[in-house]
Design a protein around this ligand. Structure first.
Ligand SMILES: [Zn+2]
Length: 484
């Protein structure tokens, strides 16, 4: 995106719902998709006289995430009440962390056009989610609103970055990297379409090289990578145009309108909320034992960066392959399992990046929901190596395995696809083709190499593609030279 003499300054606030069985302060289920208001109790709606009890798993997940994001884990942190009125929040405050969050001062490394770039993480804090309003149509035109409180009290981590990103593409790379780290950790399912990973973006523009910041706007609730990138592109262009026209950017909260592909004003700073934060009197301060932090640190799984380095070192894979294979934990696990049964990493990688990802896209499936098994892919590769099937047949076999989950042996048997490598079986066929194409044979003997290809093609056709091309080549050369 050409921005001329301007540059953008972007910071992201990402909300990730944690994958715990129960909510952050009560025992209600966090399962997504249940009937509205069936997973609610007096604690998550803040009825008078109830007491929240902190879910230990949430703290563990927060520590885990903080460590993976290279943060300091606070020994002392506390919970605060963030007060505001909105119909999806019956108790009129959200329990969050204000001045003493659990994690601070971390970073994520992203790869921008071949260079490593470090994006600072200001803080990571724990909070509870609010409920959800349901409208018929848009919020502006709906005749009524319904409220579903199943989500209230679902644990969230808010991950706040430094304003270190300079383009929508960098913001997207950061968000993708963050998502893959959370997925590798297993702390969130990060389903953006279900709202379990969402993001607010702060953006301003300034003249290149200038030190100070311009006036920023905040774009709320971006729930896909595409929305994030498009909204930022639109907003940066809008702000530059204002400045070019000698107008000023107003500090305000905006929303991304998918149908208009534009950001729209929600509220200005004058109307901004004063949240009147104060320490939650029902929750004791959180003192985290260093031994626990070290225990969590030693339980951290391999993370995307380390996995990528390992694939390049251990299997000699190109960086491009290593990047793609570590995009999700499922892909990496699939690859690693294949390598238990098969030697050639590059061939496995080619099948995963090629046919497998093509079929996943075509069927709109995620790898974990697909029927194909690593052992089946590697058995199929061994069948190619031994000449039982051709590379071309393998594509058909693979597609059938993908759809049905059958083993390659079963597919090959059911489809009668075995490659014919037996010379005794092929010789009579080849002899017949030579006899039927005397003109072409003449051409070949006069030095026309193209004629040879034609004869191979005829043999393949006669055997319905099942002849082993290499064996056909050998026999055909021999017969033509011997003049039989
Ligand atoms: Zn509850």
């Amino acid at each position: 995106m050409p921005t001329g003499r301007y540059e953008a300054v972007i910071g992201l606030e990402v909300h990730a719902e944690l994958r715990t069985d129960s909510k952050i302060f009560c025992a209600c289920s966090t399962r997504f998709g249940a009937e509205p208001n069936t997973q609610v109790c007096p604690i998550c709606t803040g009825m008078p006289g109830v007491l929240p009890v902190l879910n230990r798993k949430v703290v563990e997940y927060a520590i885990k995430t903080g460590l993976a994001l290279n943060c300091e884990i606070a020994e002392f942190s506390k919970f605060d009440r963030k007060n505001y009125f909105y119909p999806d929040l019956p108790k009129a405050y959200q329990i969050s962390q204000y001045d003493l969050p659990i994690c601070r001062n971390g970073y994520i490394d992203i790869e921008v056009e071949g260079r490593k770039k470090r994006v600072g993480i200001t803080r990571v804090h724990m909070e509870e989610d609010a409920g959800k309003l349901l409208h018929q149509g848009t919020i502006a035109s709906t005749p009524y609103s319904l409220v579903d409180l199943n989500r209230s009290g679902v644990p969230l981590l808010e991950i706040v970055s430094e304003p270190d990103m300079r383009s929508p593409a960098e913001a997207r790379l950061y968000m993708e990297k963050l998502r893959s780290i959370l997925l590798f950790l297993g702390v969130s399912d990060c389903r953006m379409e279900e709202g379990s990973l969402r993001c607010d973006a702060n953006v301003s523009v300034r003249i290149q090289g200038q030190q100070g910041f311009g006036t920023k706007t905040e774009i709320k609730n971006l729930n896909s990578f595409k929305a994030l990138e498009r909204a930022l592109e639109y907003e940066i262009k809008r702000q530059i145009e204002l400045l070019e026209d000698d107008e000023s950017v107003i500090q305000e909260t905006r929303t991304w309108d998918e149908s208009q592909q534009a950001t729209l004003s929600m509220r200005s700073k004058e109307e901004a909320q004063d949240y009147r934060y104060f320490p939650d009197p029902d929750l004791v301060p959180l003192i985290i034992d260093r031994g626990w932090v070290e225990e969590v640190r030693s339980s951290l799984p391999e993370l995307p960066d380390a996995a990528r380095e390992r694939l390049m070192r251990q299997f000699n894979l190109p960086e491009y392959d290593a990047n793609l294979l570590t995009m999700t934990k499922d892909t990496l696990d699939f690859f690693d399992e294949c390598m238990q049964y098969y030697q050639d990493a590059k061939t496995v990688s080619n099948w995963i990046m090629g046919e497998l990802s093509r079929l996943l896209n075509q069927h709109n499936l995620e790898l974990k929901d697909a029927k194909i098994k690593p052992a089946h892919l590697t058995e199929m590769l061994k069948m190619i190596d031994s000449g039982q099937i051709s590379g071309k047949m393998a594509k058909t076999v693979f597609e059938e395995m993908f759809v049905s989950g059958k083993s390659p042996e079963t597919v090959v048997r059911e489809k009668g696809m075995v490659q014919i490598s037996d010379e005794a079986a092929l010789e009579p066929v080849i002899a017949r083709i030579i006899a039927e194409n005397s003109g072409v044979v003449e051409d070949y003997r006069k030095g026309k190499e193209k004629a040879f290809g034609f004869l191979v093609g005829q043999v393949m056709k006669a055997t319905r593609g099942q002849a082993n091309p290499k064996v056909v080549n050998d026999i055909l050369r021999r017969m033509l030279v011997d003049g039989q």
